[in-house]
Design a protein. Structure first.
Length: 368
């Protein structure tokens, strides 16, 4: 009897050891694959562009005319009102079917058409990702708006193994859509706060910088950005400082500078209006004294620019009780150099129907 029990235990031990060894081999193989395929961009490299030059408007910008700009994190068309997100405490890794992504994309394009501007700065635009059913969103938006674009990756991974089911392949980034001809559009890398092996499948944040010639001979420099979200705070600080160093140098060179996008940090004056009381994800905080004298934030707090995606969003944004209890943020806006005057800035109330962010529309005038 004792011998039988011993043999049974030995057999179970062999099975357990075999399973453990197989798991170790598979895990080791996964580490090798994600390390070999890790996205390793250069500190600075050209942005991707579509090649239809006939879509461009020739000539330089007229600095005497107001300029309209819209910034919007479109959430890869996968974070509309019915969707949640696992990193914010939600249950979804991606929408349940492709039609949901297509519906969000259609609504986003419709909103962009209803709010025509000179320059669109879009974030979280998927080019070829499992989470958005491999829809080429830059091309779809460009075709619908009949606008050319510059595009660069903010997140690129051959395979993201978490959560369960896994996120899979991701190719996502920043898109600047405009009919004006840029003299240059480049990807400038920002500091990466993560270390190996987490770094291999995580975001590689950047600035998409486009330069537009002005009739005055100077340049308008736009910076499309989407700063760190899920770090311990050090990444946001380092990336914000790198952004500030860059835009100050451009202004010192005599240029007009607009930095716009998703800062993933509560912008000045907004933490009192939208308290950070969530036990789930909360943004960092940008203090108003971070900018040099003469620089300014362009931000609108009348409408929140972002909602927490810990659950599907069904209530109306105008419901005061919901506004009080749902975690909202104002983390989207612009930084402007001293030689730019703000004529208006407004967060458009889209009630988070098609994305977890609302678009922010800006009108400026370039000072002589």
């Amino acid at each position: 009897m004792k011998c039988t029990v011993f043999l049974l235990c030995l057999r179970v031990l062999k099975i357990v050891c075999g399973v453990a060894a197989t798991a170790a081999v598979l895990f080791g193989g996964l580490l090798i694959v994600i390390t070999i395929t890790e996205y390793r961009p250069q500190p600075q490299e050209p942005a991707l562009k579509n090649v239809d030059e006939g879509m461009y408007q020739s000539g330089a910008l007229d600095p005497a005319q107001p300029l309209d700009i819209l910034s919007w994190n479109i959430g890869y068309c996968g974070l509309g009102a019915p969707q949640s997100f696992f990193m914010d405490g939600g249950s979804m890794v991606r929408p349940p079917h492709k039609e949901a992504v297509e519906e969000n994309l259609k609504g986003i394009i419709q909103t962009l058409k209803q709010n025509p501007v000179h320059i669109y700065l879009l974030q979280e635009v998927d080019q070829k990702s499992h989470r958005s059913y491999y829809i080429n969103q830059p091309e779809a938006i460009s075709s619908a708006l009949e606008l050319p674009f510059a595009y660069t990756y903010n997140y690129k991974a051959f395979f993201v193994p978490y959560p369960i089911p896994p996120l899979g392949k991701v190719a996502s980034g920043l898109g600047t859509f405009t009919r004006f001809v840029p003299t240059e559009s480049v990807r400038i890398a920002l500091p990466v706060p993560f270390t190996w092996p987490v770094r291999t499948v995580n975001l590689k944040r950047c600035m998409l910088v486009s330069r537009f010639p002005l009739m005055s001979g100077k340049q308008l420099v736009t910076v499309n950005l989407h700063l760190e979200a899920y770090d311990d705070g050090a990444g946001k600080i380092a990336q914000t400082q790198a952004l500030l160093n860059f835009i100050r140098a451009e202004y010192d060179a005599g240029n007009y500078v607009i930095a716009g996008g998703d800062f993933n940090q509560t912008l000045p004056g907004m933490k009192e209006r939208y308290p950070l009381n969530s036990d789930l994800w909360t943004p960092g905080i940008i203090e108003p004294d971070i900018l040099p004298e003469g620089w300014q934030f362009a931000v609108d707090g009348d409408t929140p620019s972002c909602r927490l995606t810990n659950a599907s969003y069904t209530p109306a944004l105008t419901d005061d009780a919901i506004r009080k209890n749902w975690p909202y943020y104002v983390i989207d806006g612009f930084i402007l150099s001293p030689n730019i005057t703000v004529q208006s800035v407004k967060t458009l109330d889209e009630s988070f129907r098609y994305a977890d962010h609302n678009p922010v529309k800006l009108r400026i005038l370039l000072n002589p």
